[in-house]
Design a binder for this molecule. Structure first.
Ligand SMILES: C[S@@+](CC[C@H](N)C(=O)[O-])C[C@H]1O[C@@H](n2cnc3c(N)ncnc32)[C@H](O)[C@@H]1O
Length: 428
């Protein structure tokens, strides 16, 4: 491996005659796969995210556990008081960094950190540092109505509830009903009185409920950012898995966007996050959302560190604003691999009577007009838009404007207050 890395670092001078760069790269990927125990497909996918030398750092970092970190529950205590209580029990800990005023890193402990009286009393949550980031980006404001679309076991839900100081309302949803038990238990333990737990496929929103000030979509993902915690990811992911995940994430993100109220006085934001580092699950999903929903734009995440998202990757070009998204890596930030994007949702430019899927049609029409304009000139483009806008009104009135990818998502904006009808369980 070292040999290949050295040669690829100075190919012109060091390569053997007659051996191409791609031969060395293929050899290196195969060596990485066998040395670190990945299937070759995933080793290659992850390798291409970095320069050669950095790829090795990434694979090495995945072999090492990340620091144990906890989040102070400000509904029950102050960080200073928690530190004192835990020091008294023989825990050696200190603040994680300047970017969080609730996080603590545990260096060593004479007691199990997940079973102290302070833990059982809900004064803190055992939580990876990277998991703080989406909630920092979400930046919930008191009295807001917030949807956590894929929320179990509730690390981020309980963080949101704490930032709301138990005001407003958090709807904590997860499609997996069994997982909502630990979510409800965590909400209870942490003293969250503003959380309602529900179990829907996220793609049913906003049909079941909409009009949220902010939505967090911490999406189901491949987990390529948390390999140090779950090494099974190294061998159990195939090309098909990434295709299916990306497809689901695209459906979910459109529903998440449509669940945000553009009229919100204090918010109107969506945060999309994953604990994966692949482009298919991150920039490609965000870029898809930008294409499908003309009423959203990416904004700064408000997180002071992290690498910019890719705007170009292996022949794919994304919208320039995708640079506003943030990537976090184990070998760079000493935290799990993570991705965070923040969208502002604005009012739709064009509203029809039933407001179903209009954007998809108008943007397709606009795209077509743009192509025609180049070939045939302005007059023909105007003619096409005129005809097509009639078609748009016709199609949207029939409610059949969604693409295949949109279809499973039930993303109509028929927001109704169905809370009493949908069998929700109050967590507190
Ligand atoms: C990354 S985990 C969420 C972690 C959680 N946000 C936290 O901080 O504790 C992704 C979650 O998505 C849920 N999920 C998978 N498919 C879903 C869907 N179609 N709709 C809603 N939730 C889904 C999974 O059950 C899983 O709990």
């Amino acid at each position: 491996m070292r040999h290949c890395v050295r040669i690829l670092g100075n190919f012109k001078r060091l390569a053997e005659e007659g051996r191409s760069r791609s031969e060395y790269v293929a050899q290196l990927i195969s060596d990485i796969a066998s040395y670190y125990g990945y299937n070759e497909f995933l080793a290659e996918k992850l390798f291409h995210l970095f320069s050669v030398a950095e790829a090795i750092e990434f694979f090495e970092a995945n072999e090492v556990s990340r620091p144990v970190t906890i989040r102070t529950n400000t509904l029950k205590t102050r960080r200073r008081d928690l530190v004192q209580a835990l020091i008294n029990r023989g825990v050696n800990l200190e603040p994680i960094g300047k970017w969080t005023n609730v996080g603590l890193q545990v260096f060593e402990s004479t007691v199990p950190i997940g079973a102290t009286p302070e833990y059982l009393a809900g004064r803190y949550m055992l939580q990876a540092a990277s998991s703080f980031l989406p909630v920092i980006a979400l930046d919930p404001q008191p009295n807001e109505r917030i949807l956590d679309m894929a929320s179990a076991p509730g690390g981020k839900t309980t963080h949101i509830a704490a930032l709301l100081q138990n005001t407003g309302h958090v709807f904590a949803n997860d499609a997996n009903k069994a997982r909502t038990k630990s979510l409800a238990a965590n909400a209870h333990r942490m003293g969250c009185k503003n959380v309602t737990v529900c179990s829907y496929d996220g793609r049913e929103f906003p049909k079941v409920m909409g009009g949220f000030d902010r939505v967090l979509l911490d999406a189901p993902c491949s987990g390529t950012g948390v390999i140090s915690k779950d090494s099974s990811v190294k061998v159990n992911k195939s090309d098909r898995d990434f295709m299916l995940l990306s497809h689901l994430q695209k459906q979910l993100i459109l529903c998440a966007i449509d669940s945000v109220s553009p009229e919100s006085k204090t918010g109107g934001y969506l945060v999309y996050s994953t604990c994966s580092v692949t482009v298919d699950e991150n920039e490609a999903v965000v870029n898809y959302a930008l294409k499908k929903r003309s009423n959203v734009k990416l904004v700064d995440t408000g997180i002071a560190f992290g690498r910019e998202g890719y705007t170009q990757y292996r022949g794919k070009t994304f919208h320039p604003s995708v640079a506003l998204t943030r990537r976090f890596y184990p070998h760079v930030h000493n935290m799990d691999g993570f991705f965070v994007a923040k969208f502002k949702v604005e009012k739709r430019a064009k509203v029809t009577e039933n407001n179903v899927g209009v954007d998809a049609v108008t943007s397709t029409v606009a795209d077509a007009a743009e192509k025609v304009k180049k070939v045939e000139g302005w007059w023909f483009a105007f003619f096409l838009v005129y005809i097509a806008s009639d078609l748009c009104v016709y199609v949207s009135s029939r409610g059949k404007t969604q693409t295949d990818e949109d279809k499973g998502s039930s993303c109509s904006r028929t927001t109704q207050g169905l809370v009493s009808k949908i069998g929700m369980k109050a967590a507190a």
